[in-house]
Ligand binder design. Sequence first.
Ligand code: ATP
Ligand code: MG
Length: 314
Amino acid sequence: MGLVRITDPGVKLIMVGGKGGVGKTTCASAIALKIAMEGKKVLVISSDPTPSLSDIFDIAVGDRERRVHDQYELYGLEVSSEIVLKRWKERFGPEIYEVVSSFASVDYDFVDYIGTAPGIEEEYMLNFIMELVEGGTYDVVVWDTAPAGHTLRLLKLPELFLAHMEAATKFYMNIYSHFEKLKNTLKLNDSKRTLLEIIASWEALAERIVAFIRNGEAVKYLLVTIPEALGVRLTERVIKELEENRLAVENIIINNVVKDEDCEFHRMRKEMQEHYIRLIMATYGGKNIILLHLSPYEIKGLERIEEVAKRLFE
Ligand SMILES: Nc1ncnc2c1ncn2[C@@H]1O[C@H](COP(=O)(O)OP(=O)(O)OP(=O)(O)O)[C@@H](O)[C@H]1O
Ligand SMILES: [Mg+2]
């Protein structure tokens, strides 16, 4: 059996996660191609710092959405952290400046400073993806997330985002309450109302992101792992964290599985792998587990990607 519930009609976003180098970009590309071949308009987006989609599609993808298939409506996009931060500044910069400059004398550079706060970039990445999905240009977005640790942090984001925004909100609310008190005596003008409105809009956005990411009908999480101790441990951690955040993983891909034991080296490797495959299967009996064999060649170009897609969905 192949991947389940990935190509369901309501699915809008597929997130592919896992440790570094396990085959996330390969699987994300194959899934995107498969869905495009079904006649849908698909965007595969990589938030990896290295231009990985370009490598696998053998075409310069870059930071503008670009069609990567002649026949099918398959598009690629490699977003760098600079771009995400730039969009964040465009989106929140004026508001932040408006809020802060209403009670303190600051330069607009202040916005750059806020932009360096840890987590901002990943927080905004979620918003960026949500806007892409809701923008409706594509039927399905496949997100090839950045490797491990990073991904783990990303997966915590719905909570983090809210916490961050709430902290900011509380901070400004405190200040605002001073204004409120002053207001009675000093009669500050109505402009402070916008301040509250801005803060409320941030909160609403954070809530919208949480709701978006938890909509199991529209958003699917898929984990790629390898049959080795490190892969297994990381999978456990990621799944635990995801599920603590009420995000269900339905499919796990075990990649690089040795198929034929045609020599002593492969016999030993296969034996080693089987131990971990059994372990994963025993731990996640309720989930759909797909084995993806190690190919003798590099997976590069549409033909190879299509072969992977066939194996993932057969
Ligand atoms: N089943 C497979 N058989 C053979 N080669 C594979 C297979 N899966 C992936 N590869 C190769 O392994 C390398 C890593 O794969 P990929 O880039 O998809 O991993 P990744 O998880 O996206 O890595 P990163 O964390 O660095 O982004 C690539 O060169 C890819 O071609
Ligand atoms: Mg990758």
